[in-house]
Ligand binder design. Structure first.
Ligand code: G6P
Length: 611
């Protein structure tokens, strides 16, 4: 978590860094700070959001042509001004912004305290700043030597930007675990946690790798390993447009992203389908398709919404490939010494490509000899660079913290993979294969239709905005959708919500049902339709309020439920792509009516780069 940005050149660093922090705020937003360098250096920081930092900086006319900034998601120390970054070393020679965690900070701190160093914050970052300063002064080192020596003593993860006030013609950047990308300009350079704040200035970028150290001047860029070996930088062209990170007239990024789903899914399969929809061709899997088709087991690892997409993927894969699939939380998988066999295939799903637990699970799976495949959205992020093969979702930047289009595009990729592997294995005949693809291609238009329930969900939101609890139920393919619906509601409206397999309701949650309990039942038509009708009756018998998501034209559930929302008909395996739409919209409208900050809900961050 946390967003960092740096600039060195001839323009106003203050403007570039503050604007950049606004774009990175989705990564954390409990405090913010900036350091600016001209003849002298000044640090401004405060608790709260970037706009409060901007107000603070605007009270001064100080500016610089070099600057670094930070927007924080607190790990060590409460979010206040003292703990905000930049952290300044005890003699003021080093100014540091950091994304990540220094795990051995308390040992390092004790050592520094025993040498007389006094600390002013509770952060692990101040420990690093002071360690650099201490080694710099004690060993009479250059800034670069002090930084590399310090990093060799640090355990944990970091994306770091460092100014040394004695060598202020350069910025130092170092990466291990947390992402950093350099934007290469003419007579100026940029560096940030991701490319979103850079894209308006340059399309040329360099993604740093773990253990890289960059020394960035306005006209020069030196890349080394932290062991001081020179590295030849690889400059890539960004595939990101400025417009993609605007709200484009929508009130919130989340709403824009919900409405973008037809386009996003279309982009996911664009160029990946053979003429006449006779086949899927995922270029990124070219080298691993055979081993996937031969594998005896697939393990899907992910966190949050991506985990829900993975669970839906399990149902699709098992039905169409007949390969057993296990879905694991990355955070559990990585710490339980999982049993892995030769030939296992691991699919890691992550919108950001940076989630620390998923990244660590990927590394573990590779160490154990598995073939690891990534399904990620952010191009060039860490997970795609650690995997054997992969497929980008091409959903475009997702800024709202609550994931929407990432979910549907991940499911789209999983469906394409399952269809392709099922066909390769001979489970799917040519004609079934083609009919599945043809149905997938119709999904963007069907989502457009599903989005027409927007006003209806707004009205429903007005009815339920003050509820304290909600249950979400679904069976089969629709169970992961129920989980996702419940997650959306709790994330952004802070209403307690639980997702459950509908039949499991009898084993506990049914005790919660009374006339005040809204129960959202995801009940589009599939093989378990009759069963879910019984579940609805069980809820009604206990006076629960049923909001049912049904297939267009469903007259049976209409008579039983208190409210119904219709979505177009599709194959059961793809029904989640449509049924999730009203759930996203309902959560969105409830959160807005409750006055919640939809795009940046409290305590959450878009990209969880700490474990
Ligand atoms: C955070 C986000 C969620 C996301 C999860 C996994 O918790 O708030 O929206 O689903 O991380 O993120 P990933 O980038 O790995 O999909």
């Amino acid at each position: 978590m946390c967003g960092i940005i740096g600039y060195i050149g001839s323009k106003s660093a203050r403007e570039i860094v503050i604007n950049g922090l606004k774009k990175l705020e989705y990564r954390g937003y409990d405090s913010a700070g900036i350091a600016l360098v001209n003849d002298t250096t000044r640090v401004f920081k405060c608790a709260g959001r970037v706009r409060e930092l901007e107000d603070l900086v605007n009270k001064s006319d100080f500016d610089g042509t070099t600057g670094i900034g930070h927007t924080r998601w607190a790990t060590h120390g409460e979010p206040n001004e003292l703990n905000a970054h930049p952290q300044v070393s005890f003699k003021g020679n080093f100014i540091v912004v950091h994304n990540g965690i220094i795990e051995n900070y308390s040992r390092l701190k004790k050592h520094l305290e025993s040498r007389g160093v006094v600390f002013t914050s509770q952060t692990d970052t101040e420990v690093l700043a002071n360690l650099i300063e201490h080694l710099y002064l004690e060993g009479d080192l250059t800034a670069e030597q002090a930084i590399t020596l310090s990093l060799s003593r640090v355990e944990g993860a970091y994306g770091l930007l460092i100014i040394c006030t004695q060598e202020s013609d350069k910025l130092f950047a170092a990466k291990k675990g947390s992402p950093l990308v350099i934007g290469v300009g003419d007579g100026e350079n940029f560096i940030a946690s991701d490319a979103t704040p850079i894209v308006e200035y340059t399309q040329r970028v360099i993604y740093l790798n773990d253990d890289d150290l960059a020394i960035i001047k306005k006209n020069e860029l030196i890349l080394k390993s932290i062991r001081s070996e020179m590295i030849q930088p690889v400059v890539k062209e960004l595939d990101l447009k400025i417009g993609e990170i605007d709200k484009e007239g929508f009130a919130h990024f989340m709403l824009k992203e919900i409405f973008e789903q037809p386009r996003a899914i279309h982009d996911t399969f664009r160029g990946r389908l053979l003429p006449d929809y006779s086949g899927v061709m995922l270029g990124g899997l070219f080298n691993v398709l055979e081993s996937m088709a031969r594998s005896e087991r697939i393990i899907i690892i992910a966190c949050g919404t991506s985990w829900h997409a993975g669970l839906l993927g399990e149902y699709i894969f098992e039905e169409y490939t007949r390969i057993p699939v296990e879905v694991e939380y990355a955070s559990e998988f990585r710490y339980r010494n999982p049993i892995m066999k030769k030939g296992d295939v691991v699919i890691a799903i992550s919108q950001s490509g940076e989630t620390a637990d998923t990244l660590a699970a990927v590394k573990l799976a590779r160490e154990n000899g598995a073939t690891v495949i990534g399904i990620c959205n952010v191009v060039g992020s860490s997970i795609p660079r650690e995997t054997d093969a992969g497929v980008y979702t091409h959903a475009g930047p997702e800024i709202g913290v609550a994931s929407t289009k990432a979910f549907t595009t991940q499911v789209t990729v999983l469906a394409m993979m399952a269809f392709e592997i099922g066909h390769t294995r001979g489970i799917l005949s040519d004609s079934v294969y083609k009919s599945l693809i043809t149905e997938l291609v119709s999904i963007p238009d069907k989502i457009k239709k599903a989005l027409e329930v927007n006003d209806q969900t707004l009205n429903l939101a007005a009815v339920f905005q003050n509820t304290h609890n909600a249950l979400y139920l679904g069976r089969g393919y629709l169970f992961p959708v129920a989980l996702e619906g419940a997650l959306k509601l709790k994330e952004i409206s802070y209403i307690h919500a639980e997702g459950y397999p509908a039949a499991e309701m009898k084993h506990g949650p049914i005790a919660l049902i009374d006339e005040n309990m809204p129960v959202v039942v995801v009940a589009t038509k599939d093989d378990t339709y009759e069963k879910i009708i019984s579940n609805i009756q069980e809820i009604k018998a206990r006076k629960g309020i049923v909001i049912a998501i049904v297939t267009q034209g469903d007259e049976i559930i209409k008579k039983m439920a208190d409210y119904v929302i219709e979505v177009p008909e599709t194959l059961p395996a793809l029904s989640g792509l449509l049924a999730v739409i009203p759930l996203q919209l309902l959560s969105y409208h409830i959160a807005v009516l409750r006055g919640c900050n939809v795009d940046q809900p409290r305590n959450l961050a878009k990209s969880v780069t700490v474990e």
